[in-house]
Design a binder for this molecule. Structure first.
Ligand code: ZN
Length: 445
């Protein structure tokens, strides 16, 4: 058995709705906010008086402990972390489609705008002799980025994911001036950007080598003054960007763009494969900078990645897409009104041994946040969550290796002996995490 610190220790899965979406701020029309065209048409036709739009919806876990390897797998199943909270959007029912996006130097398309930004930055910190931005003789991006480190003016340090007064001061200044947010507190800063669920704690990087994976604060000092921090996770398959803050007095340095390039450079220097930029939302203007990094999006249906350029037609106007092995968009077949997945879910929810899924109504897509549902009602059909059919057809209760923390003790979950509540938690956890990760799990009941 794995040692406790190698376990994925987490709460039961939660299904969370929030009317205050940080991306669209609940300003989309119903038509714009609904994920799939046939559902959108259905609501326009049949619910003309009902104009409510979906809330922001995610599946989440509070995580007490996990390894970087766990998190690496979770990112590639569409999850992200905020402090010690793990979440992934319900791509069907929420207001915004949040696609996992990743890139690297090979997929990146260098534009004149990037070259200008880099040259301007270097000139501003006293580095002369930038290459021609028109790129006629080629433009060696890595060389220009390296000059920043060699200049002596800019010093970039990897610091532990720990609270300091200096970092908090910069965070407050950034939130006040850039996001009009005057409600910062030391506690919220720690919870959002310092706390990590990793058993390995902080990353250790030395001479462009990863000595230990984990979280890190990439701190940018200009003439010894802290001007920006990139909050990063250094994972086996790549560098994951969580957040960036910068000093608004240095707005002209375009730290948002520069830090993205430096993080992509870091990925390459460390010999890692991907730079994870978080989520990409096609109809959110704030995300346009991510498009400029090129890269690929996660297809939740089979957990494969597809080039953003190849599928940009499928995701236009913020729609959800599901791609098959022939690169076709089969979203209507799978998730359209009366589609296969919904019919199958209805059929299999009645078959499920020992518990009832029938209380979950799949005939509606818009669910209000103020209805009577509990945060435990995970719908039967969610993209990227194993279907009841697949689980049922491969079902063998002996395969359950999850442990449960219940009544003050940790014990193996024995499906046939569990209560209906615990059975549902086990099934939902396996469906959401996948069998492999669920095997490592200790679930707080
Ligand atoms: Zn939204």
């Amino acid at each position: 058995m794995l040692e406790i610190r190698e376990k994925l220790i987490l709460s039961r899965p939660l299904y969370l709705k929030d009317d205050d979406c940080g991306y669209c701020h609940h300003k989309k029309s119903q038509k714009e906010a609904i994920s799939v065209q046939s559902w959108s048409d259905y609501y326009a036709l049949n619910h003309q008086n009902q104009t409510e739009t979906p809330p922001s919806i995610s599946i989440g876990f509070q995580v007490e402990n996990m390894t970087v390897e766990h998190y690496d797998q979770l990112i590639n199943r569409g999850f992200r972390r905020s402090g010690t909270f793990l979440y992934k959007p319900d791509m069907l029912r929420g207001c915004c489609r949040m696609y996992t996006i990743r890139t690297n130097m090979d997929m990146f398309k260098l534009t004149k705008e990037h070259r200008q930004t880099v040259n301007k930055f270097n000139k501003r910190i006293g580095i002369e002799g930038g290459q021609d931005v028109k790129g006629k003789n080629g433009y060696d991006l890595m060389k220009e980025l390296r000059k920043m480190d060699d200049s002596g003016k800019l010093v970039i340090k990897f610091e532990p994911s720990k609270f300091t007064k200096e970092k908090y001061k910069l965070f407050t200044k950034y939130q006040n001036h850039v996001h009009d947010d005057y409600k910062t507190s030391e506690k919220s800063f720690k919870r959002f950007l310092c706390d990590t669920p990793f058993s390995q704690n902080d990353a250790v990087i030395k001479d462009n080598k990863v000595l230990k994976f984990g979280a890190t604060h990439q701190c940018y000092y200009l003439d010894s003054k802290l001007i920006a921090i990139g909050f990063l996770d250094i994972l086996p398959s790549g560098v994951s960007s969580i957040y960036l803050i910068y000093d608004p007095d240095y707005r002209d340095l375009a730290m948002g763009k520069i830090s993205g390039l430096k993080e992509m450079e870091l990925t390459k220097k460390l010999g890692l494969d991907y730079y994870y930029l978080g989520y990409f939302i096609e109809d959110c203007p704030k995300m346009n900078y991510k498009r400029k990094f090129g890269g690929e999006l996660l297809n939740l249906t089979d957990l494969t990645y597809h080039k953003l350029d190849d599928i940009s037609d499928y995701i236009t106007n913020g729609k959800y897409c599901a791609i098959n092995s022939k690169n076709e968009n089969i979203v209507e077949d799978l998730y359209g009104i009366n589609s296969k997945e919904f019919l199958k879910a209805k059929e299999y929810s009645d078959k499920w041994p020992g518990i009832s899924y029938s209380d979950v109504d799949n005939s509606v897509l818009i669910t209000n946040s103020d209805d009577n549902s509990t945060p435990y009602d995970i719908p039967t059909v969610i993209p990227g969550v194993t279907s009841l059919e697949t689980l049922f057809e491969n079902w063998n209760t002996n395969q359950i290796k999850s442990l449960v923390f219940a009544d003050g003790m940790i014990r193996p979950a024995i499906y046939d002996l569990e209560t209906a509540t615990i059975r549902k938690i086990l099934i939902d956890t396996i469906r959401i995490l996948g069998q492999g990760l669920a095997n490592d799990a200790i679930i707080f009941i």
